[in-house]
Design a binder for this molecule. Structure first.
Ligand SMILES: *[C@@H]1O[C@H](CO)[C@@H](O)[C@H](O)[C@H]1NC(C)=O
Ligand SMILES: *[C@@H]1O[C@H](CO)[C@@H](O)[C@H](O)[C@H]1NC(C)=O
Ligand SMILES: *[C@@H]1O[C@H](CO)[C@@H](O)[C@H](O)[C@H]1NC(C)=O
Ligand SMILES: *[C@@H]1O[C@H](CO)[C@@H](O)[C@H](O)[C@H]1NC(C)=O
Ligand SMILES: *[C@@H]1O[C@H](CO)[C@@H](O)[C@H](O)[C@H]1NC(C)=O
Ligand SMILES: *[C@@H]1O[C@H](CO)[C@@H](O)[C@H](O)[C@H]1NC(C)=O
Ligand SMILES: *[C@@H]1O[C@H](CO)[C@@H](O)[C@H](O)[C@H]1NC(C)=O
Ligand SMILES: *[C@@H]1O[C@H](CO)[C@@H](O)[C@H](O)[C@H]1NC(C)=O
Length: 511
């Protein structure tokens, strides 16, 4: 430990002889110039540094030093890759880049964006390849879950990469990092909250979008829509589902005073799918009239998952959320069959039943209930990321922003409401350091008719560095070919049109 620490000091003092800004960055992108890295519990296997000039991964091209670290947790038999990208023109800040789905960190998709903005950026593979399915790593062998790799994915490697990434960054530039930020959506959003809950000193600002928190509950119940269709012995075409969704949007659109193709007030939308039974629907490959079965199915999907005694398990999707995410189907000329969302199926197969051949459609009622309980009991502490106690983050003087699309088709918006409410119950002053904005009509991380935040990270930086807390999140969307601006409201407020130019954020108030 001491040796390593002295190594860092030596490196700093060597650099201090030069003005770091006048050094050609490429000459410093050399592994021999990097200090020995130190993270408790981790053992570095290799480190490599290669200058990347004018990378066309970004427009305009970016030049950066690409540091790759491979390490293990001795005894855990894991092998984790970390990438630290150090831009030639550094803004003094550090960014942890989150992943998505089963992917721990996104290279290069999100990382290059951070680097192009001048951030030193770090991300990791968390010890498993970025594959669609967990079959390749979730089980050590049939019957035995790879809990260490799950833990690596859920939490441990996120902090490791941060600690290692900061050491590399400060040594490379010969200066301390000014501020550190987390940025991620979905799994990346969950990871942001994991940092705030478990490693509260790692980041000064956290942007945790559409977070996949409450994992042990929402992931198994993402299979609920398929189960509902299976029980009804009726798998709808997406055309029929889309007709019901469109009818709901049309019925509830104007509750916020504006006809704009967006349900702003989900809580006040009482649309009943049974009211459109018999209405015709038509797509290129299929047509018909909305059935009683489809109406009942959609109602039950919106109501959320229940156990066999009709007790609440988890929240449903809102009326505007496309049903193609969790209630997807594929149709032949004869019939339609279900296409489950792969992350939920994987969870049942690999992590709950520990059996790669398991079919989640085969659950009896009793087994479904038991699987949900098992998920909670076995995995909440590892991956749910639902601890509302943010004391450590508050003491660190961190700031955090979450926004979540109300039309999210994969992660129930109400799950984030549930979490935020629990945060407020514990600390009514939480909005002083954690703000939650709702994005009406926005789907999972992006897409949909609603206004999407234009630069939430910039607003977070303003809050952290200049003390300017965001009242609303600046967002925009295209309506009838025009760019409309809107300020997203902090939950539980809703944006209501007050008259005037609908393209301007000033024509709306949060109430
Ligand atoms: C990168 O682009 C800059 C500006 O166009 C140019 O001056 C420089 O020579 C390029 N570097 C390499 C290694 O191609
Ligand atoms: C960064 O370096 C690693 C290891 O040498 C390499 O696999 C990766 O492709 C490099 N990335 C870029 C963008 O050059
Ligand atoms: C979601 O929350 C709103 C209020 O915030 C409530 O009216 C609605 O019923 C909830 N939906 C579900 C599916 O729980
Ligand atoms: C509906 O589909 C049938 C064939 O299944 C076709 O004959 C009919 O023209 C279609 N109607 C519309 C309105 O697309
Ligand atoms: C729904 O399933 C079809 C058939 O497998 C697939 O092509 C499509 O991408 C799926 N849609 C979504 C949104 O996952
Ligand atoms: C649906 O049709 C396929 C053939 O296209 C058939 O194999 C399957 O058994 C049918 N399923 C139901 C539930 O009727
Ligand atoms: C694994 O799942 C398959 C398919 O449902 C089943 O036949 C088999 O018995 C299961 N194995 C165990 C050990 O439960
Ligand atoms: C939102 O504004 C940004 C510029 O701030 C622009 O690049 C983007 O195209 C706009 N998006 C929409 C949907 O209008």
């Amino acid at each position: 430990m001491k040796m390593i620490f002295q190594g860092v000091i030596t490196f700093f003092s060597t650099l201090a002889v030069f003005s770091s800004t006048t050094l050609a960055a490429a000459s410093r992108c050399d592994v021999s110039a990097l200090p020995a890295l130190d993270q408790f519990g981790a053992s570095v296997l290799s480190i490599d540094a290669v200058q990347v000039d004018n990378s066309t991964l970004s427009t305009p091209p970016t030049s950066f030093c690409n540091v790759s670290i491979t390490y293990t947790h001795p005894g855990q038999n894991d092998r984790i890759n970390v990438w630290v990208w150090l831009p030639n023109s550094w803004n003094g800040r550090f960014q942890g880049v989150g992943g998505g789905g089963w992917t721990t960190g996104l290279v290069p998709a999100n990382t290059i964006g951070a680097v192009a903005q001048g951030y030193a950026a770090v991300t990791t593979d968390g010890g498993h390849a970025s594959t669609a399915s967990t079959a390749s790593w979730g089980l050590l062998n049939p019957g035995n879950v790879n809990l260490y790799l799950l833990q690596d994915f859920a939490s441990v490697t996120l902090n490791d990469m941060t600690v290692l990434g900061k050491q590399v960054t400060e040594a490379y530039y010969g200066k301390p990092i000014s501020k550190s930020y987390w940025n991620g959506c979905s799994t990346g959003g969950r990871q942001g909250l994991m940092m705030a809950q478990r490693y509260p000193e790692a980041y000064d600002g956290i942007l945790a979008i559409a977070p996949a928190i409450n994992w042990a509950e929402f992931i198994p119940t993402e299979f609920w829509p398929q189960r509902v269709m299976q029980k009804a012995n009726y798998f709808s075409s997406q055309c029929e589902f889309n007709a019901i969704t469109a009818a709901a949007v049309s019925a509830c659109d104007e509750l916020d005073g504006l006809k704009d193709g967006v349900i702003g007030m989900i809580g006040q939308c009482t649309f009943d799918p049974h009211s459109v039974v018999g209405k015709p629907y038509s797509c290129t490959d299929v047509n018909g009239t909305i059935s009683t079965q489809a109406a009942a199915i959609v109602k039950s999907i919106w109501a959320g998952a229940r156990d066999s005694e009709d007790k609440f398990q988890w929240y449903g999707l809102t009326q505007q959320a496309p049903l193609s995410g969790l209630a997807n189907t594929t149709c032949s000329t004869e019939n339609c069959t279900g296409v489950p969302f792969f992350i939920s199926s994987d969870w049942h197969r690999i992590f709950l039943q520990r059996n790669n051949s398991f079919d989640p459609y085969s659950y009896s009622d009793v087994e479904w209930d038991a699987a949900f309980r098992l998920s909670r009991n076995k995995y909440t502490s590892i991956i749910s990321t639902s601890d509302p106690d943010l004391t450590g983050f508050k003491l660190h003087d961190g700031k955090m922003i979450t926004w979540h699309g109300m039309a999210d088709e994969l992660i129930a918006f109400n799950g984030t409401v549930d979490y935020y409410q629990r945060v407020l119950e514990l600390d009514p002053n939480a909005p002083e350091y954690y703000k939650f904005f709702s994005a009406p009509g926005v789907q999972h991380c992006q897409g949909g008719n609603g206004a999407i935040p234009t630069d939430a990270l910039a607003q977070l930086v303003q809050w952290v560095e200049n003390g300017e807390a965001p009242e609303t999140l600046g967002a925009n969307r295209t309506v009838n070919g025009e760019n409309w601006q809107q300020g997203l409201c902090a939950w539980p407020l809703s944006s209501v049109y007050k008259g005037g130019d609908k393209r301007l954020a000033t024509s709306f108030v949060c109430e």
